[in-house]
Design a protein around this ligand. Structure first.
Ligand code: NAD
Length: 431
């Protein structure tokens, strides 16, 4: 990689990268982590340690010239011993490991999302013990107060909008908590922690099927599947008017490097400010594919907040820079990459199988989930605390499949499954 981007901008934003440092990147078998490893390699950094809980053959990008710690024994950063091993002698740590995915995953797997707190805590402790010079933490726009995102014509979110705290349930709460832990490690222990709040990152070499994928990849895949199968229809989650901004992964990696080496102490937005609706995103993918599809709106699907955009005033002020890859250009590269992957795996007859997800509610492969009727009575509190929550009488009745209406409805499949739970095969959902 040259140090200059195609538009002539410096890729490092003027940061002088120390090629002799030891860099640790967790979650490096994932989408953004893989690109970050490649960034530092290309900048000539010689000692890079990469960790991921996934086995090496499931990593999106594997580089043989770096030190790879893969799989649940060597690469699980929930384990303090693993973190210690990674951080010893390290100069900089980039903490990207997280159990996460798109809305379909995070709305249905809140406990799994919150368990990432173990990873963040142990990596911070190990980094502090090892005396690392810089610690970067990947936070998310999901930390923002849900009340400020109820309208698709949203005013862009500025950093202060994270408080008072009402983040995305599960995933967002964990991110907000871990952000604060970074802050207190800085204030109390003098660690140089830096935190960026990513707004929807997309690009090649990331998840595009299986249930963890995010909207741009999911839409590319659905358009490709429609084209390949000849069934010119697309399912859209929600009514398509929900708005978002999407940041191309190259911009994300450049931003991570600049923020880590800056004096920006508080969490800062790292996102594009080019706002689009999901309908517009579908139109972009259709245009790239050269087809028009019939749109079927699935109104009860997980769709997240109504509107979200990144206010880039702060990053402009501090760095004189902001992510600027045009969505149309980034989508073209993403679409082409997913198309190649798709065609290597599916054909006209099998294209429909690409929409199978194993992360639908009640079908999660973790034993215990979904089989206790009570486990279904806690609906999301993203939009506030659900009516009746905390009222013991109602909660008791509904756990027996009794009076409370929504709870009784949800309890049904769980009651049916009683006794056979352990043997029940994992049902695949659709996304
Ligand atoms: P990803 O799922 O592709 O990568 C995360 C990686 O972490 C995965 O490969 C996963 O196997 C690994 N991981 C999970 N638990 C682990 C553990 N205990 N030990 C070691 N590795 C573990 O996701 P991504 O899009 O590359 O996201 C990277 C980071 O950026 C995450 O922290 C995520 O929360 C954050 N983020 C991403 C987005 C986005 O749009 N992609 C937006 C906001 C924040």
């Amino acid at each position: 990689m040259s140090q200059v981007a195609s538009n002539g901008e410096s890729l490092t934003g003027g940061v002088k990268i120390n090629k002799d440092m030891t860099v640790v990147i967790t979650g490096g078998g994932g989408f953004i982590g893989g690109h970050l490893v490649n960034f530092f390699r290309s900048m000539g950094v010689k000692k890079i340690r990469v960790a991921d809980i996934k086995p090496l053959d499931e990593w999106y990008q594997v580089f043989r010239d770096v030190e790879n710690h893969a799989g649940p024994i060597k690469g699980d950063c929930r384990d303090f011993k693993v973190c210690r091993n990674l951080c010893t002698g390290a100069d900089e740590v980039y903490q990207l490991a997280a159990d996460m995915g798109g809305m379909g995953f995070i709305e249905n797997n809140k406990a799994l999302c919150m368990l990432s707190v173990l990873t963040n805590t142990h990596m911070l402790l190990a980094a502090q013990e090892a005396g690392v010079k810089r610690f970067f933490y990947a936070s998310s726009a999901c930390v923002y107060n849900a009340d400020k995102q109820k309208n698709p014509d949203i005013t862009a979110l500025k950093e202060a909008d994270a408080y008072p705290g009402l983040p995305e349930d599960g995933y967002g709460w964990e991110k907000l908590f871990s952000e604060r832990m970074c802050r207190h490690f800085r204030e109390d222990f003098g660690m140089h922690t830096r935190v960026a709040r990513f707004h929807n990152v997309y690009g090649p070499e990331g998840t595009w099927e299986g249930g963890r994928e995010k909207a741009p990849a999911a839409i590319c895949r659905k358009v490709i599947a429609a084209k390949v199968s000849g069934k010119h229809e697309i399912e859209i989650w929600g009514d398509g008017t929900q708005t978002r901004s999407f940041m191309f992964v190259d911009d994300c990696v450049r931003g991570i490097n600049m923020i880590t080496h800056s004096g920006i102490l508080e969490p800062i937005n790292l996102g594009s400010s080019e706002l689009v609706s999901i309908n517009q995103l579908v139109s972009i993918a259709e245009e790239i594919a050269g087809i028009k599809l019939k749109r079927n709106y699935k109104l009860d699907a997980p769709k997240g907040v109504a509107g979200r955009n990144s206010d880039n005033t702060k990053i402009q002020k501090y760095l004189g820079w902001e992510p600027s890859t045009r969505l149309r250009d980034g989508m073209e590269r993403t679409y082409r990459w997913i198309e190649k992957e798709f065609l290597a795996k599916y054909n006209a007859k099998t294209a429909h199988l690409s929409s199978i997800s194993t992360f639908t509610k009640g079908s999660h492969p973790i034993p215990g989930d979904g089989y206790n009727p009570e486990s279904k009575n806690m609906t999301t509190w993203t939009q506030g605390i659900p009516a009746g929550y905390g009222a013991p009488a109602k909660a008791k009745a509904s756990s027996k499949g009794g009076k409370s209406k929504p709870a009784a409805k949800k309890a049904k499949p769980a009651v049916k499954a009683k006794g056979k739970a352990a043997k029940k095969p994992v049902k695949a959902g659709k996304r």
